[in-house]
Design a protein around this ligand. Sequence first.
Ligand SMILES: Cc1cc2nc3c(=O)[nH]c(=O)nc-3n(C[C@H](O)[C@H](O)[C@H](O)COP(=O)(O)OP(=O)(O)OC[C@H]3O[C@@H](n4cnc5c(N)ncnc54)[C@H](O)[C@@H]3O)c2cc1C
Length: 314
Amino acid sequence: MVTVTEKYEVIVVGGGAAGLSAALVLGRARRHTLVVDAGEPRNAPAAHMQGYLSRDGMAPAEFLAVGREEIARYGVELVRDRAVDAARDAGGEFDVTLAGGRTVHARQLVVATGLKDELPAVAGVAERYGRDVLHCPYCHGWEVRDQAFGVLAGTPMSVHQALMVSQWSKDVTLFLHTVAEEELSADDLRRLAAAGVAVVPGEVAALVVEDDRLTGVRLADGTAYHREVLFVAPRAVPQNGLLDRLGAELRETPFGAYPVIDERGLTTVPGLWAAGNASGFAEQVVNAASRGYRAGAAINGELLFADLDAAGQV
Ligand SMILES: Cc1cc2nc3c(=O)[nH]c(=O)nc-3n(C[C@H](O)[C@H](O)[C@H](O)COP(=O)(O)OP(=O)(O)OC[C@H]3O[C@@H](n4cnc5c(N)ncnc54)[C@H](O)[C@@H]3O)c2cc1C
């Protein structure tokens, strides 16, 4: 038996770019909206957010703080908590249980919980992630351009990453690490050679760090290579637990399981929406915000027409 303490028209789980953007539209549309946010956005390790038109270089924490101020202007409530469970009631509405003990209710639910990056288990990588250990050239490539790049292979797909980052530096070394040389195709080798990417077999044991800067990588056999930046390929772990529990259809991708959604973000469960990295691996901040906006606007329309139909006016 669920005891619901508060009722909203919409609950948004996740207060990153996607969730706040959905909440902003909903608040401005005068929808009684709650954002539940655990406060651990994906880009927290980075000092700067790049590539968001008009916000290029802004600190991620500042970006979100401004977003929280904006939604508050329109009466949207935000609670720092974690949604640990959700269920649909007999009427198809949602009860969301928070770690803090509250259960909140809404007619529509947006899941904007993002994804987690599981880093390769090489000594030093986690400590330097977002500084000189990077994953995304669009996020950081310009800032480290022309430096000595390493790419830590995790799968043969790391060849693609090595080729991509060669757009930002002509000094790129691909460390094969856990990938055997034989796993690279003839096309891989031809493209790596054309891009001038050096290929080094052997497991990487640790990063070399001096004066709080990456200066190289050391292989298990003790050989050290001078490098100033290391690109890695974290394993993406989409935060899809609530979607799964509510019965949304998930599709497997090489980057984890994401919900099947329509162009507005509606999942296969009526009233259940997904936006941002919870809905797709490739969403950068601007795309996540855009996805949230679309979902928010679509939800407002759904609620309006449901109420008009129920009132018998249409
Ligand atoms: C190191 C790094 C640097 C990056 N740099 C850039 C960049 O420069 N430019 C760019 O465009 N992109 C960048 N990105 C990508 C960017 O982080 C994502 O595009 C963006 O965070 C996606 O926004 P989101 O709202 O979907 O998810 P997030 O920003 O991750 O927000 C999700 C929120 O939901 C909360 N949450 C999760 N589960 C729950 C739950 N059960 N209950 C309550 N709250 C929950 C989380 O705590 C978090 O606050 C970077 C990523 C990384 C890892």
